[in-house]
Design a protein. Structure first.
Length: 339
């Protein structure tokens, strides 16, 4: 594996017999122990579905501003809907992108005794002028959920656990799809499309518009470009998988640099995580793997919670301070008092 590239893994090898499947699992474990990122091919996502998603994304961002703002996330206590350019933060700095956030379609929780993270549960906001968006997103969600489950079963076996280990501890998965557009810039210095961060959950499958770059992964203290690869997803693990393996697998900092005018860039990350009320227990690693576990990254400003709902809520409150202030001022105040 070259120092300046990410490994490429073919998921279809899991269906090519025991030897090919075992080699895939070894490669999967090595990639996420060493880097935390890789390209994934062989997912069965058709070029036609990719094209439909791409066209739907372009159509959404081409809507009149008023129609996008009609579903702005400031109107959603659940952090759903449209975020205008500059409306999100990473490490306190403004991200230069616009997006729509789509989660599981649920009724809002009105129980006053529900845990704080239950505020993330609720309905999505869909653009009235584009009914086809919900249809293609639903199809995308269902297919990638299958890919994510297949990967997690392979990880479990590669780490010495039963194949259904993650299935048993996930409950009904918490998913999030972001459809993102990074506008171009003519600034002389590289600009923050999204700032350096680690994902707060378990697994991310990222689709990037063909031919576009901008994603960078931190390796050895340097930023390495991870451009789109035809027919491949960029896959990375989040903090919870690092936690569950006590640092044997590693969550890696990554960022996006804004494209140069007149270019822009579409990307669609899919986050696959446990139910909000689930704790991901520590894996009992085989001795030879446990010896290589580096421990969980300790960052007092970014504690990793075993309960996924706490991790998710922490992330959303920080990323969208305007939504947090409007709907969840009590949570912001309570967290400020204990920090």
């Amino acid at each position: 594996m070259s120092e300046l590239t990410l490994p490429i893994l073919d998921l279809s090898r899991l269906d090519d017999g025991p030897e090919a499947a075992a080699r895939f699992r070894d490669d999967l474990r090595a990639a996420t122990h060493d880097v935390g990122f890789f390209y994934l091919t062989g997912t069965g996502v058709s070029p036609a579905l990719e094209q439909r998603l791409h066209e739907a994304a372009r159509a959404f961002f081409a809507l009149p501003e008023a129609e996008k703002l009609a579903i702005e996330n400031i109107t959603s206590p659940h952090f759903r809907g449209y975020t205008r350019v500059g409306g999100e933060r990473t490490q306190g700095a403004v991200d230069w992108r616009e997006q729509i956030d789509i989660g599981p379609e649920r009724a809002a929780v009105d129980d006053p005794d529900a845990p704080d993270f239950a505020r993330l549960i609720g309905p999505n906001l869909w653009p009235a002028a584009q009914p086809e968006l919900q249809e293609v997103v639903s199809e995308w969600h269902d297919h990638l959920s299958g890919v994510a489950r297949k990967l997690l079963r392979a990880w479990a076996l590669s780490l010495g656990a039963p194949e259904g280990y993650f299935d048993d501890h996930f409950g009904e998965p918490s998913t999030l799809i972001k459809i993102v557009r990074y506008p171009g810039t003519d600034a002389p210095e590289p600009q923050q499309g999204v700032g350096a961060h680690k994902d707060s959950g378990v697994l991310t499958l990222l689709w990037v518009e063909p031919g576009k770059g901008g994603l960078q992964v931190e390796r050895g203290g340097e930023w390495v470009d991870a451009p789109s690869v035809p027919g491949a997803f960029v896959v990375n693990i989040g903090e919870l998988l690092e936690y569950a393996t006590q640092g044997y697998l590693t969550a890696t900092n990554h960022r996006v640099i804004s494209p140069r005018l007149p270019d822009d860039r579409i990307s669609v990350p899919f986050f696959f995580n446990p139910a909000l009320d689930q704790r991901l227990p520590l894996l009992d690693l085989p001795a030879e793997l446990a010896a290589e576990a580096r421990g969980v990254t300790q960052d007092p400003s970014n504690p990793i919670h075993a309960l996924y709902g706490e991790n998710a809520l922490k992330s959303r409150l920080r990323a969208h301070p305007d939504v947090a202030e409007r709907w969840h001022g009590d949570l912001v105040k309570a967290r400020a008092a204990t920090s």
